[in-house]
Write a protein that binds this ligand. Structure first.
Ligand code: NAD
Ligand code: UDP
Length: 343
């Protein structure tokens, strides 16, 4: 089996994917600038898997750092997780977001071409479907206008990768469009540890439950949905990680007889409302959350969920874990690590 390079591999999804890859027999190398993560996550991946691997502290916008990694390791495929991801912050700091996220994509592709690395899997997002397509989203729908700079960096990175695959006879790509990753490895040793104030629902719930924040506000209850709160396609991060293993198996298996460009949604196809998430979290963990309903959050769509059948048909991948698993594992991680990796 080949060696896989995880750019941004110390982050939430990267660390879980690292663990799944190691458990599936892949060798890995990681690089991260630790701007939103901790090297401790990778120590724990080594502990959980019983395997070691090389880790680089490096910025993926820096071509010379990538060149060093590619010249020191025989890389079969890159999984590109590296980037900034806070939607609200991207509105405040568009230049930082475009610089980081687009430069990382460009630098990785340039160095792949130079060092003959043939395969890339890109962490994309359901956000590229924009506000103009109705849920459930299918991969053959076109990308549509995004509502924030973060979303545009995913839109543009997808286009850059697609054009590169068209032009370069030796480069293949898979775009994975994630829906809403939540949960943690069932050991509770690795999980989501956002720096600063979180935006996403599950970290906000967990930090409220653990006493790091006073209360949770549910944004809007007057949407045109069954209970008036927004509905999303939450997916357990371990299922998501397995989706990367399946995508790699497919890509490396296929590449001997030709290059590929493929897009897959990674979601469950089943939407849950914010109120359902909060109530399920309370029930499975036997916790009373301090929450109330507030104003709508600007830019939120009432519904966003996947048509996930393509990944099932082509990759034989399907999400297996339930909403109960997601809520239980998120809390297991947070309660064992109240301050995240900082103890
Ligand atoms: P994360 O912030 O935990 O992981 C991203 C990692 O990249 C972090 O470890 C960070 O330190 C690193 N990084 C950032 N800029 C870098 C740079 N210039 N050079 C090197 N490393 C850099 O986020 P995540 O939730 O694990 O997301 C991984 C990827 O998936 C991101 O590209 C994100 O946009 C995308 N994504 C995430 C979600 C989600 O809800 N979590 C949804 C859709 C897509
Ligand atoms: N949400 C909420 N309170 C919070 C954080 C999020 O009600 O403190 C809602 C948000 O309005 C959205 C859903 O939870 O309807 C998921 O939000 P998140 O930011 O996690 O994901 P995204 O909106 O990007 O799908």
């Amino acid at each position: 089996m080949g060696k896989i390079f995880l750019a941004g591999g110390a982050g939430y999804i990267g660390s879980h994917t690292a663990l799944s890859l190691l458990r599936s027999g892949y060798e890995i190398v990681t690089a991260d600038n630790y701007s939103n993560s901790s090297p401790e996550a990778l120590n724990r991946v080594m502990e959980l898997s019983g395997k070691t691997f090389k880790t680089y502290e490096a910025d993926m916008t820096d071509t010379s750092a990538i060149a060093e990694i590619f010249s020191e390791n025989e890389i079969d495929a890159v999984i590109h997780f590296a980037g900034l991801k806070a939607v609200g912050e991207s509105v405040e700091k568009p230049l930082e977001y475009y610089r980081c996220n687009l430069d990382a994509t460009l630098s990785l592709l340039e160095m792949m071409r130079k060092y003959s690395v043939k395969n890339i899997i890109f962490s994309s997002s359901a956000t590229v479907y924009g506000g103009e397509n109705p849920s459930p989203y299918r991969e053959d729908m076109s990308r549509s206008a995004c509502t924030n700079p973060y979303g545009w960096t995913k839109f543009m990175s997808e286009q850059i990768i697609e054009d590169t695959v068209k032009a370069e006879k030796n480069i293949s790509a898979i775009l994975l469009r994630y829906f809403n990753p939540v949960g943690a490895d069932e050991s509770g040793m690795i999980g989501e540890d956002p720096l600063g104030i979180p935006n996403n629902l599950m970290p906000c719930i967990c930090q409220t439950a653990v006493g790091r924040r006073e209360k949770l506000t549910i944004f809007g209850r007057d949407y045109d949905t069954p209970d008036g709160t927004c509905r999303r396609d939450y997916i357990h991060v371990s299922d998501l990680a397995d989706g990367h293993v399946k995508a790699l198996d497919y890509m490396l298996g296929k590449n001997s007889d030709g290059k590929i460009f493929e897009i897959f949604n990674l979601g469950t196809g089943v939407p849950y409302s914010v109120t359902e998430i909060v109530q399920t979290f309370e029930r499975v963990n036997n916790i009373k959350l301090n929450y109330s309903y507030g104003e709508r959050r600007a830019g939120d769509l009432p519904e966003c969920f996947a048509e996930p059948s393509r990944a099932n048909e082509v990759l034989s991948w399907t999400a297996k874990k339930s909403l109960e698993d997601m809520c239980r594992d998120s809390w297991n991680w947070q309660s064992k690590n109240p301050q995240g990796y900082n103890k």
